[in-house]
Write a protein that binds this ligand. Sequence first.
Ligand code: ASP
Length: 341
Amino acid sequence: MKILIIYTGGTIGMKQTPSGLTPAGDLATDMRALAELGPAFQRHAPELDVLVYDPLIDSADMTPALWIKLAADIESRYDSYDGFVVLHGTDTLAYTSSALSFFVRRWGKPVVVTGAQLPFGFPRSDARSNLISAIEVACTMPAQQAQVCVVFGPRILRGCRVTKVSARAYDAFDSPRFPPLGQIGIEIRYPGARRQVIGKQPTNKAIDVPANDAVAVLQLFPGISDKLFSAVASMPGLRAIVLTAYGAGTGPSRDPAFLDAVRKAVASGIVVLVVSQPLDGVVDFTRYAAGSGLASAGAICGHDLTTEAAVTKLYYLIACGYDAEEIARYARHPLAGEMTV
Ligand code: ASP
């Protein structure tokens, strides 16, 4: 088995400096040493190559351009490896794992994203066990179930379904709207992976790095005004808004000016994709009258999409060069197993 580890940065390899934890390159040496520790791997001692990004970053500095570079680095080496492990900071890991689910358009090999809550070498760090588990998953995930996934603590989760749920616990990620693909215990098991269908990519269209300001996220709150919505919708270069609505996708229904602002934005070619704020929320516009208002204003139901998957899917569709009508059409259907319709 040949595995490529791509080290992008994050706490997993950080060192303490006077200005705080900072990404450092030493992890690459630690990882090469790990490869020599055959017994660290229960069954499969793989051949490991390590690609270290320069600069290594705190994942707070991730951008759509970097997702696209990462996806291209994986695709261009796809035939040379059996699997890929991406080491990443936890803060935006769920965005990157979602983005890779769309931007890596080749199937059949695991792309495992992981990180750690404490740096490698710190007492009680989770870095070593997450790294070893991620490598083992990259070696053992059955080909017909292989997909972009997140390995963190005791679980294997679909990459485009995860969200960061804790800044302190070792069990920092979950996919509350979708069952885990597998469990990491004494053995690694994939009980959930078989029955979980992955969507189909619509295209092999060339990817153009989208402008950062092509997508915005706007969270509903009691008091949100049509003026705020319109100000966001009229930002130059904006193509799509992810609107995080309440429970089942409800929003202000007694505020005609707000609904009118949504209607005007949609008419001007802005895609408005609605997701739910609660961790396990699912948008269903037919459930409450307060949701049907958004639907009749032209907003799109995001079903059980996470905000992370919604944002990255929109950047992906924009990067493919689709117009507003095509983006709206693809936004309604799963492309990479990111939603259940
Ligand atoms: N700030 C760090 C990062 O996201 C946090 C972490 O890795 O846990 O890069």
